[in-house]
Design a protein around this ligand. Structure first.
Ligand code: FAD
Ligand code: FES
Ligand code: FES
Length: 473
């Protein structure tokens, strides 16, 4: 046990905690401390009932209220942070987002309502209240129409100048990114601020668990009750939070939240834009990172197919070496990667150049799930085709998730496409080979046959859409 306390601000009150597990979730802490307005629905990031607003750096580098799922956040990850829960929203009178929900009858049983209020609250201070503001919130009894009406009402009545106490607090907010070394009950939680410190810690503790947004690891805490003796948080490490753009490439730090990538790199890679749109929901994208999506090595991770189709490479560091690996060589087997225990993913680099001899690039991605937002892919696909002046294929990348033990490229089919004309006939000829390129599994989400159909048909969809759609870069 250390003498270090965990300090948070909850609804303006400073809270100092000792003798609490660093991996207790923020939701558990809130509810154990009688802040029971924040609800637990699923405890796995899906329903949004546990949504709170946390002051965090936005894509513009300034402090914003951001909606996050408290059920997935280890308490130590929010040390030094300011948190607003539903109890803190009404400041003498109903907050405008609460008043709108009352007016449009946006609540029946009320279980989901605190989560909706907090999502609308964060959108209010971002001056962008719409149906997407609540994409990560589920309601099972009111019906979404009245909740959407509430969002529209708030948006229509947004004042020109937001100058209430929450807006003022935001202008004065500083986001704590100081180092932390907290321990309790044989659990150690480090939050270093420099990459060199991360690498030294990994050398000292080869079995340490890296944690970024905890949107995957959080499930290990809540559902599997897993014990992590040593955790090293990456979210305050400056070197991992940079995005660099050069004429040749875009390099994204491993710990950059996906919502920042979504905003700051919009319009550069159409397939990345598209996949980020369908990636989980806002609360998750505000926490999840690229490093976590690759580090977790899920065969149904959505960003690996996109990055494979763009020939991305990843930079990996340990205390003794920094190396670069093509993403195509990174995944070694089911949930296995090329990473050694003492290594960390530093960044992902996506080249901008199209193939030599090409005059244009077509690129797009597709996610097939059972519902639009917040769902796991049945199959994800991303395609990049470079064409020469006579519309012959000079470069092809067809990458998939959900069809094998790892994210994969259809390398044999890519080779067959080179030199072929970019026509529907070419696509039709290649489809039978594509259908039998992988041997996907049947599971609850879809049968092997359905997946095989998707593997081929999504490529045809890509061809058709590229005739009129935004696949062109
Ligand atoms: C409700 C919900 C919806 C989701 N929807 C999607 C979805 O649509 N598509 C999708 O692909 N995923 C989805 N996920 C999974 C998850 O959000 C992503 O995999 C996310 O990118 C993980 O990032 P993170 O920063 O939260 O990782 P963490 O949970 O912090 O870490 C995940 C793993 O990666 C390791 N790791 C993290 N950073 C690094 C690094 N820099 N170097 C080495 N290892 C590292 C960790 O040790 C851990 O093993 C969803 C999860 C939830 C809970
Ligand atoms: S309890 Fe459902 S998202 Fe957290
Ligand atoms: S009001 Fe009952 S779940 Fe939404």
């Amino acid at each position: 046990m250390s003498d270090v306390t965990l300090t948070l601000t909850i609804n303006g009150d400073a809270v100092r905690l000792k003798d609490v597990s660093p991996t207790m979730t923020l939701l558990e802490y809130l509810r154990n401390s009688s802040r029971v307005g924040t609800k637990e629905g699923c405890a796995d990031g899906d329903c949004g009932a546990c949504t709170v607003a946390i002051v965090a750096e936005g894509a513009d580098g300034k402090p914003h209220y951001q909606a996050m799922n408290s059920c997935l956040i280890p308490l130590a990850s929010v040390a030094g942070r300011a948190i607003i829960t539903v109890e803190g929203v009404a400041n003498g009178a109903l907050h405008p987002v609460q008043a709108a929900m009352v007016e449009t009858l946006g609540s029946q049983c009320g279980y989901c309502t605190p989560g909706f209020i907090m999502s609308l609250f964060t959108a209010y201070y971002d001056r962008a209240v719409d149906a997407f503001s609540v994409e990560g919130n589920l309601c099972r009894c009111t019906g979404y129409l009245s909740i959407r009406r509430a969002a529209a009402l708030v948006n229509d009545a947004l004042p020109d100048l937001l100058d209430d106490s929450f807006a003022t607090q935001l202008t004065q907010a500083a986001i704590d990114a100081t180092p932390l070394n907290y321990s309790d009950n044989e659990q150690q939680f480090y939050r270093p601020t420099q990459l060199s410190e991360v690498l030294t810690l990994l050398q000292q503790h080869p079995n340490a668990t890296l944690v970024a947004g905890a949107t995957d690891l959080g499930l290990e805490l809540t559902h599997r009750r897993q014990h992590f003796p040593v955790m090293v948080s990456l979210e305050a490490v400056a070197e991992l939070k940079r995005v660099e753009q050069t004429p040749e490439a875009v390099t994204i730090g491993a710990a950059v939240p996906l919502s920042h990538i979504e905003t700051n790199l919009h319009g550069i890679f159409p397939s990345l834009d598209e996949m980020l749109h369908w990636f989980a929901a806002r609360q998750i994208r505000n926490r999840a990172t690229l490093g976590g999506n690759l580090g977790t090595a899920s065969p149904i991770g959505d960003l690996p197919p996109v990055l494979l189709s763009l020939d991305a490479e990843i930079t990996i560091a340990s205390a003794t070496e920094t190396r670069t690996v093509l993403l195509a060589k990174f995944f070694k087997g089911y949930r296995q990667t090329d990473l050694k225990p003492e290594e960390v993913i530093v960044s992902v680099t996506i080249p901008r150049a199209i193939a030599s001899g090409a005059v244009r690039r077509l690129s797009q991605s597709y996610k097939i799930g059972k519902r639009g937002t917040d769902d796991i892919s049945i199959v994800a696909a991303a395609f990049t085709i470079d064409l020469d002046a006579s519309d012959r294929i000079v470069h092809a990348r067809l990458a998939y998730g959900g069809v094998a033990a790892t994210p994969v490229r259809a390398i044999a089919v890519e080779a067959m496409l080179i030199g072929q004309p970019w026509t529907l006939e070419t696509i039709q000829q290649i489809k039978p080979t594509l259908r039998s390129a992988f041997t996907p599994l049947t599971d609850l989400r879809g049968s092997a046959d359905y997946r095989k159909l998707l593997i081929a048909n999504l490529f045809e969809k890509f061809f058709v859409e590229c005739q009129s759609f935004s696949c062109l870069k």
